[in-house]
Ligand binder design. Sequence first.
Ligand code: NAP
Length: 243
Amino acid sequence: MTKAILITGASRGIGRATAIGAARRGWSVAVNYQGDAAAAEDTVAACEAEGVLAIAIRADVSREDEVLALFDQAEGRLGSLNGVVLNAGVVAPAAALADYTLERMQRVFGINTLGAFLCAREAARRLKAGGAIVAVSSSAVRIGSPNEYIDYAASKAAVDCLVLGLSKELAPRNIRVNAVRPGLVETDIHASGGRPDRVAAMSSLIPMGRAGLPGEIAPAILWLLSDEASYTTGALLDVSGAR
Ligand code: NAP
């Protein structure tokens, strides 16, 4: 079935791969981004090359007014949404918790947790029966990320809890809610957290001996959005090379 999907943080990385994968399935895509308009337009062009309708929408997911406008614009251009991917996320520079500033913690929880909650709330208000929400959590939830970013790990643990609770709330309306929990994935997020060498430094710690690629995470998200996953809800799916 043709679907209309909104993906937060879809200009780069896992969100971009998910947007392009959705377009390959013939789904129309709203590509949300926060600051990198050129990257968002590049993702849109890659989706359009698959022959579908794709649009870029700037919005900071941690701001309620911008989230409301994001959903209004997506529905205005694509029609009723069938799926929402809560993907936008950030890390902060690696540090021990004793050195965290208030501003750092507010940013991490504001984007990763509050942003996911605001977008999940709008999805809960707007999706119809048969709709699906997929949150992008992290294997950091199982590890805790000591001396790197416990705040990040905890912000994603809250997302897992959001999925567990909301899946039960929305099941009677036949709206499914799941999470994908990637392990270490080769994207810009590590450099943005001040660790461009993080993937190379940590790959040997992963049982599969390497980091994943965005294109290896996207299929799990797309399957959970698809009708093939019609009885899967409340699931936390690790895609982490056994990390
Ligand atoms: P990425 O390459 O750094 O891309 C992040 C995306 O989020 C970009 O599109 C960015 O937009 C957007 N974004 C950032 N802040 C935003 C905000 N306030 N509002 C809206 N969009 C915002 O990251 P990634 O590695 O693909 O990560 C995607 C998700 O996977 C995140 O939730 C991350 O926590 C999770 N994850 C990643 C890994 C990994 O190793 N990479 C592992 C586990 C989980 P701009 O382009 O405009 O900046």
